[in-house]
Design a protein around this ligand. Structure first.
Ligand code: NAP
Ligand code: HSE
Length: 428
């Protein structure tokens, strides 16, 4: 029976899941492929490190050349993370004629083009299903099953850590800091949680999703990004009173020949299916021109769920590519598409303003909104008469630029202490 030899770089959370699936489920994988897939070598930093599963020490290596330059290895699986040395290792593997699978969203969202150009030049394939939403097979679905559609909109809860934090804050009314600590204890957060809570991780995933949805290549600077560190229990409670949940959404839309990409906390109606996606789960809601609305839900992180996507990519390569030359996962269209400036996007807004409660202050704020064509849908003011009172405004749909102009002017009203928060509302 033919043997496919895999060299794996990294044996952490995802690497161990891949190792377990390929060793413990070898017979069903073999029966589907008609050949054996063997993990021949694994690159680690420390061979002696304690691992809570058994792996033969003789397949562990600390010198990447022993994998990248081994002519008997067909597929290199990169699960180290980060840019250096992951990028150099992948480029070397490609140069040496090996197909590559990676889960590295930071690398693919920033250097995907360079890597795919190199793969094309060398006639090998790079796949990275696990890089977006772990176990949810969203990239291959967009690429294959939904290829008949023009994708109009994509809304994703693509970061498990922030979804866990927001769910915890909403259900148990614990503050942001405590919820983050629990997310870290459960192993959802990246080593540096800034990437999760400031929405860089979600931005990386949105860039990859946008490439598969809109067939174009966007850069980081084209995406509006806002994390969840400014969300307070107050915002969550006001949102609930108004009939919404707060979620960190990665949003991509194509309309009128322009692409809009943004990641930010968003109020979504309580009854929308995305509102019920709790804990560390991920979900992607897609609107296609022919199929209409679809939602994909599942585990976006973790050893076995992410391992499932990586092994799926390995099996795809064995089925479609080994011996059959080059297949680039998704080459962007040659046509350059226009990207919308954030000020030209439209949304409904939740705005919490902290004011000194004296007669006329509400009227002054409302007048400024009116002057900038921002129409108000509802207002909540509970406390009265004190020096620091929150007033919550919900607007009708308006241009971001008009809203920002109004906010600049409202900030200058002497009785306005501060803008507590501005959160976009999406009715999807
Ligand atoms: P991890 O647990 O930190 O594991 C990293 C592994 O890489 C470790 O085995 C480490 O070796 C090895 N390593 C790190 N730097 C190395 C170097 N310079 N040379 C050789 N080996 C090195 O990371 P992970 O959570 O599995 O994530 C791997 C990738 O998957 C990342 O790109 C991440 O963004 C992506 N991803 C992760 C998840 C998830 O649920 N964790 C989900 C989707 C995508 P030692 O074992 O010797 O320390
Ligand atoms: N830290 C990431 C998350 C891991 O919370 O979703 C999966 O990419």
């Amino acid at each position: 029976m033919k043997m496919i030899r895999v060299g794996m770089l990294g044996l952490g959370t995802v690497g161990s899941g891949v190792y377990k699936i390929l060793t413990e489920d070898q017979s069903q994988i073999q029966s589907k492929l008609g050949c054996r897939v063997e993990i021949a070598k694994i690159l680690v930093r420390d061979k002696k490190k304690f691992r809570d599963f058994s792996v033969p020490e003789d397949i562990l290596v600390t010198d990447p050349k022993l994998i990248l330059e081994d002519e008997t290895i067909d597929i290199v699986v990169e699960l180290i993370g980060g840019i250096d040395p992951a990028k150099a290792h992948i480029l070397k593997a490609i140069e040496n004629g090996k197909h590559v699978v990676t889960a590295n969203k930071a690398l693919i969202s920033q250097h995907g083009d360079e890597i795919e150009d190199a793969a094309q030049a060398c006639g090998v394939t790079v796949r990275y299903e696990a890089s977006v939403c772990g176990g949810i097979p969203i990239l291959s679905t967009l690429q294959e099953a939904l290829s008949a559609n023009r994708i109009q909109e994509v809304f994703g809860i693509v970061n498990g850590t922030t979804n866990y934090i927001l769910t915890k804050m909403s259900n148990e009314k614990v503050d942001f800091k405590q919820a983050l600590e629990e997310a870290q204890q459960k192993g959802y957060a990246e080593a540096d949680p800034t990437s999760d809570v400031e929405a860089f991780d979600a931005l990386y995933k949105l860039l990859i999703l946008a490439k598969f949805s809109f067939n174009t290549q966007a850069e980081h600077s084209l995406v509006y990004r806002e994390g969840i560190t400014n969300i307070s229990i107050n915002d969550i409670q006001y949102a609930e009173e108004l009939g919404y949940k707060i979620k960190l959404l990665a949003i991509g839309k194509e309309s009128d020949g322009q692409i809009e990409l943004r990641v930010h906390p968003t109020l979504i109606p309580k009854e929308h299916p995305l509102a019920s996606v709790g804990d560390a789960y991920n979900a992607v809601y897609v609107k296609g021109s022919a199929v209409g609305s679809l939602m994909f839900y599942g585990r976006g992180a973790g050893s076995l769920p992410t391992g499932s996507a990586v092994v799926g990519d390995i099996m795809y390569l064995v089925n479609h590519e080994i011996g059959n030359g080059c297949h680039i996962y998704n080459r962007p269209a040659a046509a350059i598409k226009a990207f919308k400036n954030m000020r030209d996007t439209k949304s409904t807004y939740y705005i919490r303003v902290i004011v000194k409660d004296i007669p006329g202050v509400l009227g002054r704020i409302a007048t400024v909104f009116g002057k900038h064509s921002v129409s108000l849908a509802s207002i909540i003011q509970k406390d009265v008469g004190s020096d620091q009172v929150p007033i919550v405004f919900l607007t009708h749909e308006t241009l971001e630029g008009n809203l920002q102009n109004a906010i600049d002017e409202i900030t200058d009203i002497p009785e306005v202490h501060t803008i507590g928060n501005i959160i976009r509302v999406d009715h999807l």
